[in-house]
Design a protein around this ligand. Structure first.
Ligand SMILES: CC(C)(COP(=O)(O)OP(=O)(O)OC[C@H]1O[C@@H](n2cnc3c(N)ncnc32)[C@H](O)[C@@H]1OP(=O)(O)O)[C@@H](O)C(=O)NCCC(=O)NCCS
Length: 165
């Protein structure tokens, strides 16, 4: 058996200007438009990490904390924070660039799970994640808690579905 390679994850950053066609009539950016930007940035981070093609399997704990408006400049930051055998959890944060003293204001956070594939689109092993800094440790622990919680929720949902069949 070949030894699994170990790797550090890099942070991927994308910038966008919010246009009127991405908002509701009151000038507030649509959540779905924002999720598309977040999903794309998360995919970039996962592809760079796995060096393979990927697909999004799920999105967890999307928190729209602060609104985003037309004309805002948004910075989306994505990084692989937890890996399984073929899946990667990518923490994705969106900041509004307010400039000046206010700087970057955190607007939205979500955890995307992406799966890496081989040439036949079969789930394929990703490198083992090297975790070094306190921030990386914290982010990885949070991702693990979310993953565990999702696992428990899935079991519960299956039980409820069985009951009502
Ligand atoms: C994601 C997908 C490949 C998983 O297929 P599968 O048959 O369940 O594959 P496996 O059982 O081999 O699981 C592969 C990995 O995906 C993970 N996975 C599967 N479904 C998942 C889900 N809903 N959420 C999180 N992780 C999931 C498994 O835990 C496993 O991870 P691991 O290897 O790190 O332990 C498949 O469901 C798929 O192709 N979905 C459509 C993806 C897509 O089109 N995305 C774009 C939508 S916008």
């Amino acid at each position: 058996m070949t030894e699994r390679i170990k790797k550090k994850a890099e942070e991927i950053e994308t910038w966008n200007f919010v246009f009127p066609n991405q908002s509701n009539p009151y000038g507030n950016m649509f959540g779905g438009e924002l999720l598309a930007i977040m999903d794309t940035t998360a995919a970039m981070a996962a592809i760079r990490y796995a060096e393979k093609t990927v697909s999004t399997a799920s999105v967890e704990r999307v928190i729209f904390k602060k609104p985003i408006f037309v004309g805002d400049r948004i910075k989306t930051v994505a990084k692989v924070v937890l890996v399984g055998r073929t899946s990667m959890m990518v923490r994705t944060d969106v900041f509004v660039d307010k400039g000046g003293a206010e700087g970057d204001v955190l607007s939205t956070t979500a955890h995307f799970t992406l799966v890496a594939f081989d040439e036949e689109r079969v789930p394929s092993e990703v490198p083992e994640l090297i975790i070094e800094t306190d921030k990386e440790k914290k982010q990885s622990e949070l991702a693990q808690q979310i993953k565990d919680h999702v696992g428990r929720r899935e079991v519960r949902i299956k039980e409820v579905v069985e009951k009502w069949k």
